[in-house]
Design a protein around this ligand. Structure first.
Ligand SMILES: Nc1ncnc2c1ncn2[C@@H]1O[C@H](COP(=O)(O)OP(=O)(O)OP(=O)(O)O)[C@@H](O)[C@H]1O
Ligand SMILES: [Mg+2]
Length: 419
């Protein structure tokens, strides 16, 4: 039975499973996205569940119960992947337990405080952690302290993060001392990937994310954030912008001492997104600060010069400005302020030639090349861009990322840059 399952696995997957089963304590599958880490580690987990001593809990940890169900329980129940083992995995959606080989498995969302309390005092014999770098370090340490029975093990998967991340610094680099075995997975280690899927993945992940999620490196966020930015490719003369078939949003980065920057995002008939025009007010240059009432008036005047966009997305910290807009009859949505995912969406669109900027937006165009990662912060384990000359880029991020559900399915296929 196991033979049939194993024939589908790559050599790296097989080696990692065999070796994980007698790791002193921790087994970690790290590396690229879609590289087969989850499948290999889940098979090791199934075997470990079957062999686990009776005393102690079996727990599965993910960010939330939903991600556990989607990333782990669904594949575990796939007979295509796990053959007859799949029928041994029982779970009702929404329940915080599953049954595997008749044994209760506790499903714990690391971001759920009540869930965490469930294992705080427990003795754990086997733990599985999905996306380990996203789990708080305190949670990971607590989990390790619960592995009190002889033979207790922790299996985990992760994509790489920065080189100063605690998981790398305190565990991977000290693997021998902490009883850890780890494997580095790349896309070649997944035997099931089709060539066109790999090509699409590589196009999607660019810059920092290419290095981490495709090359699988624990690399520092350094240099240009938008290193794929190329004015020859991304700037279009206003007269050459195709017909806009949907005015998606107006983005606003709000500032009183800093510049206020608004811009308009449209979906072209060619299936690409265009920043078509911008408006900036720089109180330092003008030597006068505007009030919210004045900003609202001028912004609405600028907005009124063209088609109304579906959404007005404002800086999430600009609550007073949003109230003023509302008072003046404009409904605005607060932008999604997850900076890194927003940058990633923008970077991926630029790399695939699906976000272009009109030459009528000189201030945004000016900011793209200089926007850089904060290397000092990165060395301390935090990835963030340097906050300087980023007002137009923040506007782009709000306008584009927050509205992704609106345009996502309407874009043309990626236009890949020449290598
Ligand atoms: N040996 C295999 N045989 C068949 N399909 C596989 C195999 N290994 C992986 N896959 C499939 O390839 C896809 C990616 O694998 P997996 O989820 O294990 O990757 P991962 O490294 O965990 O990726 P991520 O970092 O994105 O979580 C999944 O759909 C999985 O079912
Ligand atoms: Mg995975």
């Amino acid at each position: 039975m196991l033979d049939a399952v194993f024939r589908l696995l790559s050599p790296k997957q097989i080696r990692s499973i065999v070796s994980a089963l007698d790791t002193p304590q921790i087994a970690l599958w790290a590396g690229a996205v879609s590289s087969g880490k989850t499948i290999a580690s889940l098979l090791a987990f199934l075997i470990a569940v079957a062999r686990a001593p009776d005393h102690g809990l079996v727990v599965v940890v993910g960010r939330t119960l939903q991600t556990i169900e989607r990333n782990l329980i669904d594949p575990l129940q796939s007979s295509h992947l796990f053959g007859p083992f799949a029928a041994q995995v029982h779970h009702t959606t929404g329940s915080t337990t599953a049954t595997i080989f008749g044994r209760t498995v506790h499903l714990v969302g690391a971001s759920d405080v009540r869930a965490e309390a469930r294992i705080r005092g427990a003795t754990i014999v086997l733990a599985y952690v999905d996306e380990a770098t996203l789990v708080p370090q305190s949670f990971w340490m607590m989990l390790l302290s619960r592995l009190r029975v002889p033979g207790a093990k922790l299996l985990a998967t992760t994509n790489p993060d920065g080189p100063a991340h605690w998981l790398r610094r305190d565990f991977i680099l000290r693997a021998g001392q902490v009883g850890m075995r780890h494997w580095h997975f790349t896309l070649d280690d997944n035997p099931s990937l089709a060539a066109d899927y790999v090509a699409r993945l590589k196009a999607q992940y660019v810059g920092l994310w290419h290095r981490r999620f495709i090359a699988g490196e624990w690399c520092l966020a350094q240099g240009a954030v938008y290193d794929m930015w190329d004015p020859d490719r991304h700037v279009v003369p206003a007269t050459q912008i195709p017909q806009i078939i949907a005015w998606i949003s107006a983005g606003v980065d709000y500032g009183t001492t800093n510049p206020f920057h608004a811009g308009l995002l449209g979906l072209g008939a060619d299936g690409r997104l265009y920043i078509t025009r911008e408006w900036r007010y720089d109180s330092k240059r003008e030597r006068r600060q505007l009030t919210d009432v004045e900003y609202s008036e001028r912004f609405r005047g600028w907005l009124g010069q063209g088609e109304r966009p579906q959404y007005v997305i404002v800086d999430p910290s600009a609550t007073s400005f949003r109230v003023q807009l509302h008072h003046d009859g404009v409904t605005a949505t607060l932008g999604d302020n997850e900076v890194l995912p927003g940058i990633r969406t923008t970077a991926s669109l630029l790399a695939t030639g699906r976000l272009l900027v009109s030459d009528a937006c000189p201030d945004v165009i000016d900011e793209f090349p200089g926007y850089s990662w904060d290397e000092k912060a990165a060395e301390l384990g935090e990835d963030k861009p340097i906050k300087a000359n980023d007002h137009g880029l923040d506007m782009v991020r709000y306008a584009v990322h927050t509205t992704r559900a609106v345009w996502q399915h309407r874009l043309a296929s990626p236009v890949l840059a020449a290598a």
